[in-house]
Design a protein around this ligand. Structure first.
Ligand SMILES: Nc1ncnc2c1ncn2[C@@H]1O[C@H](COP(=O)(O)OP(=O)(O)OP(=O)(O)O)[C@@H](O)[C@H]1O
Ligand SMILES: [Mg+2]
Length: 277
């Protein structure tokens, strides 16, 4: 099934710049596809039965683009992200990153994908409670090997960017939920991933901190050229995206070219209502 690109009502794509207009040429989202997902199938076994979740899903995300996935609970949003980070293995279809196919048959290649090319932000932060905030941010590099002086400098820069420069030596338990999530975003960015997958990153924080989180993600897409795929149930948060993809019946049922129009929340609600999501 082809995703429907619903027309944006007259006047909705007015003066506001889209991400393409604002990015330097090297991060242009115009043509360069970073992530290409083609005809992805994934089902789970439940006893004797098979539960189909993804049923021929296709999607692409360009360099520097922030794409949101919305869909009903249980529609397969986390399943999709887990397949893209190779935590899970799809039954059929292909995923390519900057033109290279993800090799799901190789455990080594799947681990390397997460260590080198993909950053992951989870709804429940998944920080290590016994490590400091700075050490949590450095964790992906610690796993790879020795942490260098410039890595620590990079962690400190990220701490400044997320506004937690005075909290580097604190433990996660000494942070608010929102600060924990900002820390987990810094951790997902420390190794310079090409693709960042964020599963309901604003799901467990208060609305003010949610804005900081969205600003950090949108900034990472723009300034670093990271392609971001974010899941959210909130139309307000989806309005930060360049594109909103609506997942239903295992496929992308509709796409809204949102262009980071944060005043277009009502339109996203319309899509959700029309699709009965
Ligand atoms: N490991 C698993 N084994 C069996 N079924 C699973 C497994 N993981 C997910 N499912 C099922 O697959 C379906 C899709 O789950 P998924 O977590 O991807 O949904 P979701 O869209 O992320 O939902 P939510 O918005 O609630 O987070 C659900 O029906 C879920 O019960
Ligand atoms: Mg989920």
């Amino acid at each position: 099934m082809q995703a429907i690109e619903m027309p944006i009502p007259e006047g909705d794509v007015g003066g506001e710049q889209t991400v393409e207009d604002k990015l330097p040429a090297c991060f242009s989202t115009g043509t360069e596809s970073l992530l290409q997902v083609t005809d992805l199938f994934k089902s789970y076994r439940l006893g004797q039965r098979s539960l189909p979740v993804l049923e021929g899903l296709s999607l692409d995300v360009k360099i520097g683009e922030l794409v949101v996935i919305m869909g009903p609970s249980g529609s397969g949003k986390s399943t999709l992200l887990n397949c893209l980070s190779a935590i899970d293995v799809p039954d059929a279809g292909s995923v390519s990153l900057a033109g290279t196919l993800v090799d799901y048959d190789s455990e080594k290649a799947r681990t390397a994908l997460r260590r080198e090319r993909v950053g992951i932000v989870f709804q429940f932060f998944n920080l290590i409670p016994t490590l400091s905030v700075r050490e949590n941010i450095l964790l992906p590099l610690m796993i790879r090997g020795k942490v260098k002086c410039e890595d620590r400098e990079r962690a400190d820069q990220l701490l400044i960017q997320i506004g937690l420069e005075s909290r580097g030596d604190h433990l996660p338990s000494q942070l608010s939920g929102g600060e924990m999530q900002l820390t987990s975003i810094a951790r997902a960015l420390i190794h310079g991933p090409e693709l960042l997958l964020a599963d309901e990153p604003t799901g467990n924080v208060n609305p003010r901190i949610a804005e900081d989180i969205l600003e950090t993600l949108a900034g990472a897409a723009k300034a670093r050229g990271v392609a971001i795929l974010m899941v959210t149930h909130s139309a307000e948060h989806a309005a930060w995206a360049d594109r909103v993809c609506f997942l239903k019946d295992g496929q992308i049922a509709a796409v809204l070219r949102q262009g980071r129009r944060r005043d277009q929340v009502a339109l996203i609600h319309d899509y959700l209502a029309n699709l009965a999501i």
